[in-house]
Structures are given as structure tokens and as C-alpha cells.
Design a protein around this ligand. Sequence first.
Ligand code: N01
Length: 548
Amino acid sequence: MTISTSTTQRQADAIVVGAGFAGLYAVHALRDKMGLDVVAFDAADDVGGTWYWNRYPGARVDIESVHYSYSFDDALQQEWRWSERFCAQPEILAYLEHVAERYDLRRSIRFKTRITSLTWDDEASVWVATTDAGDTWRAPHVVSGAGNLSVPKKPDFPGIEKFAGQVLMTGNWPHHEVCFTGKRVGIIGVGSSGIQAISEIAKTADHLTVFQRTPNYATPIGNELLDPAEEADYKANYQAIREASRNHFLGVPYQDAQPSALAVSAQERRAVFDDRWNRGGFRLFIDSFADILFDKRANDTAAEYIRERIRERVKDPATAELLSPTDYPYGTKRPPLETDYYEAYNRPNVTLLDVRTNTVKAVMPKGVELSDGTLHELDVLILATGFDACTGPLLALNITGRNGLRLADHWAHGPQTYLGLMSAGFPNLFMITGPQSPSVLYNMPLAIEDHVDLSCEAIAYLRKEGLGVIEPTPEAEQAWVAHTNELAQHTLLPESKTSWYMGDNIPGKPRRVLVYLGGAPNYRAKCEATVKAGWEGFSLTAAEGALA
Ligand code: N01
């Protein structure tokens, strides 16, 4: 369909939120595979989603690009060339632009348009979307590709609006090149974004001050140019690789994990850690020993190994100490991957400050003031302070479901979903990689494809059966929430008190695990069994009214 602009109240078969990995594939699947009228919305002026907004220096994927890419069309995966093992943001954005072009997706997307509310019309069984362009759209189905890490955390530093220099956010980086030469730069936050940005900005800034609250367990990404022979080999075996990925906890075809870090000698353990450290990616975390995320004593061995490596790389022992996490297990905060991150602290132009003990008091016109009264003068202040993860992007859509139920109220104590895909009282609303699905603990493009395909299957089933509405039963939802909470209790995740996996990074956000921790293969099996059992746990009914 080409979007009509002739009326102010318009109709479609499906509304898609977002034009990132999820929104693009949803448009293609719903429109081109199912033949539906689709309209998508994105606040940006082009496609890309997270890869559109996160343009900070050093932004790079941390699952190998050959794996972190669409699998839905073999021709696409054969023709696209990745230049590096872990490509940088511009190349991933170019890939998504290519996908938009190749499948002619832009004609179904309204850019520079944000959905301001989504309201279920009980009488007509349709969603009514309003946009900041002043339009209203009606459609029986909504597929949200709003993302998991797309709503940056609001700055919580008093006085920031009075800062005389430039404030930049990694999650909403300017489109022009930012030059740090001759500048005093400060950065708050040492998560994946901060760590990638620090490693790059340290090379050009006159001085870089890092304000660190909680140190992270960063390990080498192991990036290098992708050897064409290796690439050809991947491409010749893509089907098997994708299958192996989908059968792996994290959605990558790694197969070398040993059962337990505690079942081998210290020497053997060291050899495994060294090997995974050298091979890079998430191998140390996910492909060394299978009990690292579940057994504190196993975790301690990996944590101590990483601290040892930090001490080897950072020249000043006090700085190395400050960079070494000690009060939460490895992997309970999302582990960042790095290139030369720790070496940045050996440079004379980089200072590390501990803002856990000496907190940020305020941002002053000249710089950042800490609780002890010291003022750190800056020309540029970068906020790498994270996101309102998983629930934030959905709540930002201002969603009201059946009988006036607001999603914000339904989720007042944390997300409530069935399979992380739908929520009771919010019919025909498909949340791609929603909370309590494997999402960020799975290879995102594959997680997205699985969820979009499942949503399409639900819509096709409704149509085949002459029905109009699908939603989870409250009982199925409650059981799923209890199941995801219980799974989390069997892991070490709840032991970190500052992890966005648990909602801890946003003041006032309810503490509840935001991801499904049973692993992608179990999750996929559960979805398949649900469909096979006639959409068990869902209620499927006729639509209340015809589309007006
Ligand atoms: O955000 P984060 P991120 N005062 O929440 C600090 C993905 N990603 O944007 O830990 C002082 O991890 C906060 O400190 P603390 C990836 O999934 C992927 O870096 O709360 N500090 C922390 O250090 C990742 O996990 C890639 O004590 C404050 C930092 O800000 C996710 O996005 C690249 C503060 C936030 O870290 C989010 O990563 C980038 C305050 N008031 C991101 N408030 C890839 O490589 C916050 N902080 C693919």
C-alpha cells in the first residue's frame, strides 16, 4: 500500500511502531508476506531505530555482524557484505537502509511522526492511534517495534540546564561530527555506551574526565576485519548457522561451554577463560562455563579472572582497583565488550573519578560539582546514563486497552505479559521483543524475526477462523509473570542492585525481571507448543464491530 494522505482519520489493517530492525521486518512480513495494509510510524527522519539514534563515537555491535542480521531472506544474507566481525554503527545503519530500499519499505512508513496515544475502541475492536502530526489512524492490529533500549533515562542532575558548555547524550547523538580536539570533556556512565565512547574520545579530547558510579566487567570484543574466506564460509553454511543460533541460549552459534567452572582444576579453568578472552565476543560470558550465571562460586572464578586482567592492563594500581567491580556478580549487569578501554586510563589526558562515594552534586555553568565541593570544569558533558529499558518504550506510547485500562496502571508493579508478546486487556497488541521475552538476552534480529513471525501467525489464524481478536487470559499472564520471576530467582541476576535487567537503574521503577531467563530454545519451544495447542493461554473471539 502507498500511504493515503487524503483524510485525517485513516485506516489500515495493521499499525507498526518504529522503523528499526523490528519495525522494518514487521512492515515487510505484514505487508509483503500477508498482503495487509500497513502503516508504520517513526519519530526519526529515516530508518534505523537504535542504530539511527546511537551515533556516538565507538558505537558498535557486540554480537558478530554475520549473526546480528536478518535471516528471513537468504538472498539478502548472501548479498550483504560485512567489513568487520563486529561492525560499527554507520555500517549497520547502511545495512538497514539497504533493507528498506530492497523491500521498498519506506513507502509504508511515516517518518518524523511519533505516536502520542494508542487506545482500544471496545465497540469497533480497533486500535486508534493519534500522532504528533495531528492524525488519527484506526487498525485492528498494532505491532510494536518500539524497541527495548530506545527511551534514554532522563538526566537527574540538578542544574544541567544551566551548563554553559555542550550536553550530549549517547542515546540521542547529533548527526554532525562532534570534534573533541582542544576540549575538556566529561562523561557520566560506564555501561556499554560509555565504555565504547570513552575508548574513542580519549584519543582526541584535550582532557577526558570519567564519572564512574559502578565499575563494569568489560571484556575484549576481539574485533578485526572480516576475512573474505571466513565470510564465504559463513555464507555457505548460513542455514545451519542460523539454526544453531536459534538453538542457543543467547542466539549465537557458540558451542564450547563446559558444564561447570567448579568441575575443573584451576589450571584448566584458566585455560578456558584465556581462550574465551582471546577469542572475544560474549564467549567468556556465555561460552566458557554454563554455571556462571547461576552459581555464585562459579561466577566468582570468572569475576576474579576479569579483575586480574584489569590489573594487568591498567598501570596505576589505584585506578585499576577503582575499575574493578567487586560487589555484584559478573553478568548480572549486562556485560560490555571493549577495545582498548582499560588502556584509555593509562593516558595522561584521562581521569577516573569515583562518584559512588563522592556523588555528583550538581551541574554548574562551568562543569560538574561533586559532593565534596570539587568542581570539574568542562566544555562538553556527555551523558551515557542508559535507558528506561524494555517497559519504557511501550509505556511512552500512552496505551489504553479494554475498558479504559491503562498499560501504565496494569504494569504499575512491573510488566505483566504472556510470553512477553501480549498483555491481558490489550487485544491485538503485539509487543515485539517485549518484557519477559528473551529479547536482549537473545540475538535481537533473530528474536525480532521470531516475534514478528509469531504475531503474523496469530493474525493469520484469526483470519482463517473468521475471528477478530486475540489476547492472553489473565490466568496465563499471571502464570507467565510468576514463571519469569521464578526463573530469575534461580540466577544471580537479582544480586545486582543497579542493573537495568531488573529495572534498578530508573528511580521509582518497580523491581521485576524484564527478561525471560530460560534461554531462547526453551522459549521458542514454549511458543511452538502454545500455537500447536490452539493458542493455549489466549482467548480468541470475534471482533465486536466492523471496522468503521
Ligand atoms: O546504559 P547502562 P548504556 N550518576 O544503563 C550510570 C545496549 N548497548 O547506554 O551502574 C552517575 O548500561 C550508570 O551507573 P550505575 C546494551 O544492552 C549495546 O551504556 O547505575 N552515574 C551506568 O554506569 C547495554 O547494556 C551496545 O551505578 C549514573 C551508566 O550510567 C544497554 O544498551 C552499545 C547515573 C548507564 O549504563 C544500555 O547501555 C551500547 C547517575 N545519576 C549499548 N545514572 C553494543 O555494543 C546512570 N549512571 C551493541
